[in-house]
Design a protein around this ligand. Sequence first.
Ligand code: CO
Length: 134
Amino acid sequence: MIGRLNHIAIAVPDLEAAAKVYSQTLGAKVNPPQDEPDHGVTVVFVELPNTKVELLHPLGENSPIQGFLDKNPAGGIHHICYEVEDIIAARDKLKADGARVLGSGEPKIGAHGNPVLFLHPKDFNGALVELEQA
Ligand code: CO
């Protein structure tokens, strides 16, 4: 069911410093920061030849990544995102198999303008999984 790895997201305490590590130290193509108020994050996209890395930083109060950064003050891998062709069909199959979909269970529009859903990490080996229809 899942297709390509769309991105790996890393929560970072200092977005500017993290972007510099990717652009200068690692020599990657790094895009300007993008605010995603619906998701409570500011995102920097790092473009790699075969996938993307998203550097996430909390935006506003009650950001969903604030608790993660409180537990991991130096930052850390926050989630991985797999592409699916049909997010509703994927969600319904996963729910039927007992997986927990986070939030309302309805897809939100993600940072790339496509519908996304998040799946409970306890159902996926401790990794928070994002599905993106792409
Ligand atoms: Co993501």
